[in-house]
Design a binder for this molecule. Structure first.
Ligand code: FE2
Length: 389
């Protein structure tokens, strides 16, 4: 009984959303009236393979602005997790009182990594494998074996190197530059409220999987900004669920909210009380700089797309469900959904990014052209270019 009550509480109805989200949904026209505005916007294809551009993105975006390292829901109280995705070894912790913190994965004795894998460790202390110096999850040095061998030694001077960190909108955000002033202003405003309304931070992490792709990170992100490919690339999979129409798009400062009516959408459906809104409407977000979020009726897909080189990316895919499956029907539904989504993303969207990268490497295209069902992509690039300076 308790579980069905919990279920009802978290069903995403129109009423559970923010005024901005509701307003966007109310602006979805009936499909027959939804006409794309023709466009012809271009970008040089060198943005996907120039080493100089890649270095500029690293310096101006990924090392200067806060980056998402993991889902808040994946970091339980009392747990430490290392993460090397951004090329700097980090440890994220959540102390017993719920505060998330980020440290460099560097022992203050001889610099050793404290955690050597990226698994969650539910531990009271981080113990260095080398000489067993130990640290609390708050970064304080708490134990030094044979401390008497060090003269003039004060543990308080040997805290782990901490990075500015914020838990916002369902993600743990970190400044990778240790000396950064910790400006998180890209996360102020409407985006955090939107993500909280989707309940990301309280959802159940049903599955996580990493993909290593031979494609520039922006080519991996692009399909999640445009509906144009859906009826084509996904013709044999999920295309029948979606309509070939433009989305309602709102810029939320650096971030993009993309609301689309699914194939069975009609405005009258919005007035059915208690209806699961994600059955008829897809909420997608591009959270700057490198997160894609897409809702489905029973789960939300989240991808953090991390550059590994100019033509390599690591995608951290997570499937979030409203709660852990607690009956055979839910187990089956989630398992089937996972199989389908991994097949669609893995074998269709990610493959599209990889074949674009390979085709561009052949040198046959100088500029990329974006049309009217792809107009979110250049909007995103305008934000990116403004930050690149
Ligand atoms: Fe797609």
């Amino acid at each position: 009984m308790a579980s069905s009550v919990a279920n009802e509480r978290v069903i995403p109805t129109l009423d559970s959303l923010t005024p901005g989200q509701i307003n966007a949904i109310r602006r979805i026209p009936p499909h027959e009236a939804a006409k794309p505005t023709p466009a012809n916007v271009t970008r040089p294809t060198s943005i996907f393979f120039s080493e100089e551009r890649y270095a500029q993105e690293q310096a101006r975006i990924f090392r200067r602005l806060p980056v998402p390292v993991m889902l808040s829901a994946a970091l339980a109280p009392g747990v430490a997790i290392a993460n090397d995705a951004y090329g700097i070894s980090l440890i994220l912790t959540r102390t017993k009182n719920g505060t998330a913190r980020a440290f460099l994965n560097t022992c203050q004795h001889k610099g050793s990594k404290l955690l050597e894998d990226e698994q969650p460790h539910k531990v009271p202390r981080l113990v260095c494998p080398f000489h067993a110096w130990s640290y609390g999850l708050d970064g304080e040095l708490v134990g030094v074996p044979r401390q008497e061998i060090f003269s003039d030694f004060c543990k308080a001077n040997y805290k782990l190197a901490e990075l500015p960190c914020r838990d916002a909108g369902g993600f743990i955000w970190v400044h990778l530059d240790r000396h950064s002033a910790g400006d998180f202003s890209t996360l102020n405003g409407e985006i955090v409220g939107d993500l909280e309304a989707l309940n990301l931070h309280h959802m159940h992490v049903y599955h996580q999987e990493s993909f290593d792709l031979k494609a520039n990170w922006k080519l991996v992100l692009e399909p999640f900004m445009e509906p144009y490919h859906v009826q084509r690339l996904h013709a044999k999979s999920v295309a029948p669920l979606f309509a070939d129409v433009p989305s309602v798009v709102d810029m939320l400062d650096h971030h993009i909210r993309i609301i689309t009516g699914k194939v069975q959408f009609e405005p009258a459906i919005l007035d059915v009380p208690g209806e699961n809104i994600h059955k008829t409407v897809t909420h997608a977000y591009i959270v700057f700089p490198n997160i894609s979020i897409i809702t489905s009726p029973y789960y939300i897909s989240v991808m953090i797309i991390v550059p590994q080189g100019v033509d390599r990316s690591r995608v951290e895919y997570s499937m979030l469900t409203r709660e852990a499956p607690d009956n055979p029907k839910a187990h089956q539904l989630f398992a089937d959904s996972l199989r389908i989504v991994l097949d669609v993303f893995g074998n269709e969207d990610f493959r599209a990014a990889v074949i674009s990268q390979a085709g561009l490497a052949a040198g046959g295209l100088d500029k990329m052209t974006y049309g009217g069902l792809e107009d979110v992509i250049p909007k995103y690039y305008e934000v990116l270019e403004a930050e690149l300076g």
